[in-house]
Design a protein around this ligand. Sequence first.
Ligand code: URA
Length: 210
Amino acid sequence: MSGTLHVVGHPLIQHKLTQMRRKETETRDFRRLAREIALLLAYEVTRDRALTTQEIDTPLTKMRAPVLAGKEICLVSVLRAGNGILDGMLEILPSARVGFVGLYRDPDTLAAVEYYCKLPEDIAERETIVVDPMLATGHSASAAVARIKQAGAKSIKFVCLLAAPEGVKEMQAHHPDVAIFTASLDSHLNDHGYIVPGLGDAGDRLFGTK
Ligand code: URA
């Protein structure tokens, strides 16, 4: 599934996303919906996880039962809006290690500037899932993935709520090895780098800062 764009059209995700997009949705509900969609996206992004079997005892008999195998997971949140997805992902992947990359958008150039980075030491041995709700220009996503690769990560997937065609193009140009999972591919970016129709500023709506 390398480099592929996966638009996850599950009806529950689509319904919840519509509620998130509504401008009248309050912070409390917006945050809950982000967590719930993240949980459902976690299910999809881990669909190709390897399984092995282990012998266990049920109350009735012995059996060989499926258990997860292969590389453990590292989640990387792109600060700060990524944290709105991280919580839901951690509910379904409770043993995952967690890293953070802090980037801000230069308001003039829209380029990503790094201000914080803390990643697990064993990231090279893990399957990494990068989370950031909005794949807009793709500059911060691409910079975050480059930073994570620099730290040694080899197997990386990217999860967002909304993607703009511009962001997908940017990611696929710089990181064709990274599969993108999103709940929607929206129409375009406006002149300020916002996704249209979008849902506004994800960080402000998650944390109630505006
Ligand atoms: N970041 C956001 O929070 N919203 C957008 O529409 C684009 C980038």
